[in-house]
Design a protein around this ligand. Structure first.
Ligand SMILES: Cc1ncc(COP(=O)(O)O)c(C=O)c1O
Length: 419
């Protein structure tokens, strides 16, 4: 008789995990206040300014610069730091498209490097090996909130005169040696897109301990205007990347709730780290001891197929059948369609001279992590211990009965067999 839900057994979990995102009357009242004020854009309203001040205080910096989304936040951070035409930006190849596309959108060239197998964050030795005389900046991604080795990266970038942009889209609330991410390099960027740990559906921000960077991002995001100057003076080639008052009202409410949620996620992640490590072939994402707080966007574990008895994709499908919510692991960034198609950057770039040959570039750690990691949705960390116990029970059940998955054929969407 089948022991696994994917083969007809009763699922471990039939009731849903806590719903994401979380909201209540705080968001509702904030939105109504904006509506009734009639000031729906930041130029006249107060909420965006309040949120910028609050998000800055959260990071022990001056005000943040609120922008349209996390993608634009990275682009604006690059531009504010002087990254532009012909410059190279070193990018870890395990991230969302935006970390690399932001470089291309400012006419710079992303140079992909491999990542640390323990946490999926940039491999600083690989970054050093990729530096040329055209390198201007390094982008770092704190994958699932686990902070990259910022001591080694800061040392490298200080020695070589390179800017650091921290893509903190996964790392709201993460710290390194008790210092907030986004303040460790020259600029840090956040996304407030729907799945993120604070959300207004869409939205983004740049945080920096450098007021010059924030001033420049603020101006670029507001069509190149400068504070106190005439409305139709545009001093630089900016655009309209402004957050709305609606979004800021929601984000202020989300920020109020954040510390309690963060404590819950963190305690549940610690619990899962211990419990899941007992299952053969399951390796929870490593957290460097200097990562003093991890803002768990998703919860990541690696499946070692030989020890576990089944491959990640089979396990993922079996877990979903057991009622456990998962999202997809990132495919290697440099193997996305836009990078493989020779015309994939047209019309922005008509030639790829000086760029890596993305198709033949093999970054083995990224390839392995893309194939072997499971990404649990934030929702699994938002409940209580029994919600975590269901994750453990489901994975343990699948491992014990891995032979039931032997004939399960898997075709992973989107990869086109090109890993
Ligand atoms: C690592 C990473 N960087 C950047 C982004 C881009 O953020 P947004 O979707 O707000 O543009 C995302 C998320 O979507 C992300 O996960």
């Amino acid at each position: 008789m089948a022991e696994l839900a994917i083969n007809g057994a009763t699922p471990i979990r039939t009731n849903p995990y806590p719903r994401w995102p979380v909201w209540d009357d705080t968001e509702r009242n904030g939105l109504l206040a904006v509506l009734d004020s009639g000031d729906w854009w930041a130029t006249e309203g107060t909420k965006v300014g309040e949120f910028e001040a609050a998000w800055g205080r959260f990071h022990h910096t001056g005000p943040a610069a609120a922008v349209t989304n996390g993608t634009h936040a990275i682009e604006l951070a690059f531009t504010a730091l002087g990254v532009g035409e012909g410059d190279e930006v070193i990018v870890p190849a395990w991230s969302f498209l935006a970390t690399a596309s932001a470089a291309l959108m400012v006419n710079a060239i992303p140079v992909f490097v491999d990542v640390d197998p323990r946490n999926g964050c940039i491999d600083v030795t690989a970054a050093e090996a990729a530096i040329t005389d055209r390198t201007r900046a390094v982008a770092v991604v704190h994958v699932a909130g686990s902070v990259a080795d910022m001591d080694a990266l800061t040392d490298l970038c200080t020695r070589r005169g390179l800017a650091i942009v921290e893509d903190c889209a996964h790392a709201h609330g993460s710290t390194w040696n008790d210092q907030a991410v986004a303040t460790l390099g020259d600029a840090g960027t956040f996304s407030f897109q729907h799945s993120k740990l604070m959300t207004a559906g869409e939205g983004g921000a740049v945080v920096s301990r450098r007021p010059d960077v924030i001033d420049e991002v603020t101006s670029l995001a507001n069509c190149g205007r400068r504070p106190g100057q005439w409305f139709y003076s545009h001093y630089s080639l900016g655009g309209n990347y402004r957050l709305t008052e609606w979004q800021a009202a929601v984000l202020l409410a989300q920020l109020d709730r954040f510390p309690e949620q963060q404590a819950r996620r963190s305690s549940n992640a610690d619990y899962l780290n211990k419990a899941l490590a007992e299952i053969p072939g399951v390796e929870p994402q490593w957290r460097d001891p200097r990562c003093t707080s991890q803002g768990n966007y998703c919860y990541v574990v690696r499946i070692r197929p030989d020890e576990f008895g089944a491959g990640r994709e089979q396990v993922r499908l079996a877990l979903e059948a057991e009622g456990i919510p998962l999202t997809m692991a990132y495919p290697p960034l440099h193997h996305l369609e836009t990078f493989l198609d020779p015309d994939g950057f047209v019309p922005r770039f008509r030639s790829r001279a000086g760029m890596q040959d993305f198709g033949s570039l093999d970054l083995p750690v990224v390839r392995t992590l893309a194939d072997e990691t499971l990404w649990f949705k934030t929702a699994v960390l938002m409940g209580d211990r029994s919600d975590c116990d269901d994750v453990v029970a489901a994975l343990a059940r699948i491992q014990r009965n891995a032979d039931e998955l032997a004939d399960l054929s898997v075709t992973e969407p989107g990869t086109g067999g090109r890993r």
